[in-house]
Design a binder for this molecule. Structure first.
Ligand code: ADP
Ligand code: MG
Length: 819
């Protein structure tokens, strides 16, 4: 059998770099070697080498002095080279199936694997011994598909079982660890179920241990077994008892469940914590050392960051709190640094690659437009409009983020900017995150424009407005599922410049859509779109101006990193006369009275939303669940009222129809999946009931709530939650009491961390798993280093930046420039 010496070599090389401090591997080198000795022995056939090997392995590295260690490491490395050079080929069995793990020799991350070995950290996890296809499916549900994913599948916390005590020192309530001898263990009846009971002891005394529901444990703990127990101690009839502690036999290998900082993974059904810990430990020992460190070593040293393999290992199985923290810092730095490099590079590409277009200010046109509105702009709207207009008149393309609370009136500002683009002979694009929103913007912008000019009715996806500029201004709606022939015709007319403003979804940035002269692109509700989509939209134009709008307030440093390509404008006040929405978190048994309240509001002429639970698996399942809920509500709860249903699986026409009926007050209650989250504007809707409210983020709940309270009437938001978790309860408590969107966003970031908060996966940004909001200093550092690097080597072309270029291409796959 051939054996993989690569991990050993990497560890020894690391040990060299670390100055022979016996810190290259968790648990020390002796233990590591001991675990692998038998495997190695089998693969060495030459007796002389085998002899050397024995001597070395039995030397007791830990007990050597530094110079001795140095000599020892060099000897082993020589030996490994000799074994690999002379023996491995002859030891390789011909035609016999070789176990996957044994075939990883000399492979390292990213290098194209040699055909006969064939495995790298990019290989599927099924190459790991002990991971079957069915286990792999379970990991797949967690997004873990490759060995790399597994290495980066970090625990969300650690249990501190590192304090080992004597039995006489145990106290109730705390997490504690003991090392003890099993005196006796057996199956016992605990309440109505069977369990295991054991008496264990050390030189200071004995203690009783019980495991509920685990009668099979009794067999695993014969008398006189040495065992480590970690867990909580309680008091029963005046005596200490360990209740269902983690346990582990004292063997000659690293502790992974007890006696240390023990990782806790977020698992899905069918994955057991002990099994996952064990697997991860093996995978780390085998593979972590094969991850190449892509940070230039200069930079790594300057920033005092751990090496990558070590950071990965320590993030799972830290030696102590300090090591755990260092690991997190290194991994968080990577995320922020790569993010920053990606964003900067995109901005760079875009700014240098295209010709310019400065708009002429058309004061009389804009004035006429603003005069035609049924309201006065707020001072804050005026201020940001001035900032935008100033940008539009410059030859450099605008790149601006417009932040404004839900309902602060961003759309009208965007409409004014689009009008200016058109008046300058350019086209405008308005991109929304969902079709429903695109349709709504199409309607709203139409309404705004038709006040200034006279509206001529045309087909449902195409309108024109004479009276604004010298010719009729045409606005089109381009969404995914309109009739293909129509769509093609629209695309044709967009390309010929026959259409002035195009409103749509992602469909706008898909292939096939060419603009004649795109001058301004507006992207609504930014947190659904990422920098990738922004740059795709930019490619569509001859360097178009770009306005990105969001209702999600972002702290400045984070904004600089995530939106490093954007300048910032803020609408910091709401139009006058807005009501605060009375928000109440109800207990499950109050659902009936919530329904009665809806009924009362409807009776007095108002309308209501009911938001169905968030279902993560798929939009199809969410839609299905919403249909069921809708039917139940219409037949059993509100048989006398008019209900409508909105979900992502409806066709554009169906959605349009439902929204139209709701908007024109033909429906009393709109039952919806969470797709209504952003932007929908129906002032007569005054009450919203959110089911499973605990499962939404704070910002999202706030967005929902922003759908009511848009008119003059007092509005209400009722939250229902069946079994809220601790964090869920905290969120509900906050949303009940806080109305300010900025405060809520800060809280949301605190509770969820930026990765989840921004939904980076959907938005095309690389994942942020380790970076936290509290990492402001680290954010600054990553930004500074990225800027420095970018100045020196923007294309990452120098040899010392090759690994980094590769890593960037991996996390930003859309950007071809690094690969
Ligand atoms: P958001 O910023 O959430 O996108 P909208 O643009 O949808 O907000 O505006 C919300 C509502 O407020 C719309 O009905 C809009 O017509 C109205 N609105 C916008 N600006 C003003 C204003 N200055 N005064 C009164 N109502 C306004
Ligand atoms: Mg909006």
């Amino acid at each position: 059998m051939s054996v993989n010496f690569e991990p050993l070599r990497k560890i020894l090389e690391l040990e060299q770099k670390k100055g022979y401090t016996d810190s290259a591997v968790i648990g020390g080198l002796d233990r590591f070697l001991h675990n692998r000795a038998s495997q190695a022995r089998e693969s060495i056939t030459n007796p002389r080498l085998l002899n050397c090997f024995h001597r070395l392995i039995n030397a007791g590295y830990a007990s050597l002095t530094k110079p001795q260690r140095k000599e020892w490491v060099n000897d082993v490395l020589d030996l490994v080279a000799e074994v690999e050079g002379g023996e491995s080929t002859e030891a390789k069995p011909k035609g016999k199936v070789v176990r996957p793990l044994a075939r990883t020799k000399r492979l390292s991350a990213g290098k194209s694997p040699s055909p006969e070995r064939g495995y790298s950290i990019e290989s599927p996890i099924t190459i790991v011994k002990g991971i079957s296809t069915s286990l792999a499916t379970k990991f797949g549900k967690l997004g873990v598909k490759t060995v790399r994913d597994l290495l980066y599948f970090f625990p969300h916390r650690h249990l501190d079982y590192s304090q080992v005590k004597f039995i006489s020192q145990l106290s109730e309530g705390e997490e504690q660890t003991i090392i003890a001898n099993v005196w006796q263990a057996g199956v016992t009846r605990l309440g109505y179920r069977q369990g295991t009971e054991a008496i264990v002891g050390d030189e200071t005394g004995n203690v009783r241990v019980v495991w509920f529901n685990q009668p099979y444990l009794a067999k695993k703990l014969p008398t006189n077994t040495r065992i480590v127990l970690s867990g909580r101690v309680s008091l029963f009839k005046g005596r200490h008892v360990f209740e269902s502690p983690e346990w582990e036999l004292v063997e000659d290998k690293d502790l992974i469940h007890t006696g240390r900082l023990v990782p806790v993974y977020s698992l899905t059904q069918g994955l057991r914590p002990r099994q996952v810990r064990k697997l991860l430990k093996e995978v780390l020992d085998q593979w972590a050392w094969q991850v190449e460190d892509f940070l230039p070593s200069e930079l790594r040293k300057r920033c005092e960051l751990l090496e990558l393999p070590q950071a990965i290992s320590q993030a799972h199985y830290p030696e102590d709190e300090v090591a755990k923290d260092k690991a997190r810092v290194r991994l968080a730095f990577d995320e922020l640094f790569l993010l920053q490099l990606g964003v900067m590079s995109k901005k760079h590409d875009w700014q240098v690659s295209q010709p310019d277009s400065a708009f002429e200010a058309k004061p009389s046109l804009l004035e006429a437009f603003l005069k035609s509105l049924p309201f006065e702009l707020t001072p804050a709207q005026h201020k940001v409009l001035r900032e935008i207009l100033a940008d539009l008149q410059k030859p450099q393309p605008m790149s601006r983020l417009l932040q404004g609370e839900v309902g602060s009136g961003k759309t009208v500002v965007a409409a004014a900017a689009l009008l200016l683009a058109v008046a300058n002979g350019h086209q405008g694009a308005f991109m929304a995150p969902t079709e429903i929103l695109a349709e709504q913007h199409f309607a709203t912008i139409g309404k705004l424009l038709s006040r200034a000019g006279y509206q001529e009715e045309k087909e449902s996806y195409l309108r024109s407005y004479p009276g604004l500029i010298s010719r009729p201004l045409t606005v089109a709606l381009l969404i995914g599922d309109i009739n293909p022939a129509r769509k093609q015709e629209l695309q044709q007319r967009i390309q010929e410049g026959d259409i002035d403003i195009v409103i749509g979804t992602h469909a706008l940035i898909q292939k096939g859509v060419e603009f004649h002269r795109l001058g301004l692109a507006v992207v609504d509700e930014q947190h659904r779109f990422g920098v990738t989509q922004r740059s795709a939209l930019r490619q569509k134009g001859f360097r178009p101006h770009m306005l990105v709008m969001t209702a999600t307030p972002i702290p400045r440093t984070l904004a600089l990193t995530l939106y490093g390509d954007l300048d910032l404008s803020v609408i910091d006040e709401l139009p006058p006369g807005r009501q605060t929405v009375k928000t109440k978190w109800l207990k499950p048994w109050q659902r009936d009275s919530a329904h009665a309240f809806l009924r009362k509001q409807v009776a007095s002429g108002r309308q209501a939303f009911i938001i169905c639970p968030l279902i993560e698996e798929s939009e199809a399942i969410a839609a299905q669940a919403a249909v069921v809920e809708y039917e139940r509500l219409s037949q059993e709860v509100f048989p006398d009222l008019k209900l409508g249903l909105l979900h992502g699986r409806l066709s554009a026409n169906e959605k349009d129809d439902v929204m139209h009926r709701f908007r024109s007050d033909k429906l009393d209650i709109l039952v919806s999946t969470p797709v209504v989250e952003v932007g929908i504007d129906v002032p007569n809707a005054t009450v919203m009931l959110i089911e499973s409210a605990d499962r939404f983020g704070l910002s999202q709940l706030h967005q929902f709530r922003g759908r009511v309270g848009r008119g003059q009437e007092q509005s209400y938001c009722m939250l229902l939650a069946e079994h809220p978790s601790e964090v869920g309860r905290e969120r509900l408590d906050i949303i009940e009491n806080v109305q300010d969107g900025f405060v809520l966003a800060e809280e949301d970031l605190r509770l969820r961390g930026p990765g989840e908060f921004f939904g980076t996966r959907q938005s095309g940004l690389p994942d942020l798993r380790m970076a936290k909001l509290s990492d402001m200093a680290l954010l600054e550092l990553a930004r500074k280093e990225a800027i420095t690097l970018f100045q020196v080597d923007p294309g990452l072309g120098t040899p010392e930046h090759q690994l980094l270029a590769k890593e960037l291409a991996r996390v930003w796959p859309e950007a071809g420039e690094w690969s």
